[in-house]
Design a protein around this ligand. Sequence first.
Ligand code: F6P
Length: 466
Amino acid sequence: MTKYASATEEWQQLQSHASSFRPNLEQLFAEDPHRGERYHIQLSSIFFDYSKQLVNSETLRLLIKLANSVDLNQKIVAMFTGESINVTERRPALHTALRSEAESITANGINVMPGVKSELDRALGFASQVRNGTHRGASNKQISTVINLGIGGSDLGPAMAHKALAPYCSSAIESLFVSNVDPASISDALAGKDPETTLFIVASKSFTTSETMANAQIARDWLVESLGTEAVEKHFVALSTNHGAVSDFGISSRQTFGFWDWVGGRFSISSAIGLSLAIAIGDTAFREFLAGFRMADEHFRSADLDNNIPVLMGLLGIWNINFQGFTSQAIIPYSERLGRFPAFLQQLEMESNGKQVHLDGSAVKESTCGVLWGEPGTNGQHAFFQLLHQGTQVHPVDFIGVARSETDYVESHQVLNANMLAQSRALAFGSKDSNGHQNFSGNRPSSTFVLNQLNPHTLGLLIGLY
Ligand code: F6P
């Protein structure tokens, strides 16, 4: 029988620890001047600092004990080795295979790796053909606009990564993302576009999602009206697991890039769903992006639990929501280019953990996930930071910063980063004032990620860790 975390003795121990421990960040730092050095992890080009969380060494010891009590290590191995851990759908959750270099990973008795590698090569080969003009439109013109039609995991990942990697994107190809069934979205995307130079990517694992199908139909009609039905072949590509529905729509198997039912939509950015990104950044950069994910996967799989960034992030989340009562989690990238990262994480985390029953169907009594939300800094400072600092409820923050700018405006970038550090300090230590209106109480938790640079590798690494 599966052991649930909340039914363990370790959960009780955390409860009794939480009832007697009154964490005070000012005091915790004063008592332990090396706290900042101890509570951080450097993983290649990413630095993760959790010293400003409301924990001490006893909290962390008990959280790690909790992870061990539910055999987390074995569960990590089960995930990576293709066991059917998605029990309700009787499937593995094997998105890590998409960026693995292993020769063999077995799911349902089949080695998935040859298929993963050949589909990746096909998709990246096609991306190169679009970029270098080998793949052309029906009237032999080079493609200059790529429109991704997809929603949820078939949109959020590629759209977020495309914005994040703007300096790496081809200037010869414009990439657009249409997700909403609101016709304003497709209508704005098509306005002024030339059908002869436009490529549509219909991204849908199921190929039945109503919003995507409605937009694909509008796009098809728009194309056929000027170029005729024969043009569909050169101007439409499908990314899907449902080959029958793709063929019914009129897209050939040559123009279809597949993936597998063991890739959840919210984890699909490293599958063929990344095609629009691959067209924008090219084969080499896309492989670098996957290498970043692979580094996160290998770290998660091999690092000790108390030195393991994803494990610590998960345990701190459990601590904050269940033992501190903090019901939301703000994600604040101090990076305009990571502006869509909070939206991407909303699906990744809230669709994964928005559950009310255990695996056996019994009701969950604890909190499974807080509300994730956020906007880039410094913009957020002029919008909702008032509540983060002075509101009556506490909302833990993940700050995400980038050390080196991709622009020439180094001074502005320094100002940006100085703001991030100042905000995390102010949340932690406050600014005392006898006038209640001016008082910042402090003692509000945050973690901070710093990426050396925002590039395909570090972006893959960051997403992989989350
Ligand atoms: O809304 C649920 C959902 O299935 C998501 O999990 C998924 O990312 C999205 O819809 C889109 O699904 P599809 O790729 O099948 O169109």
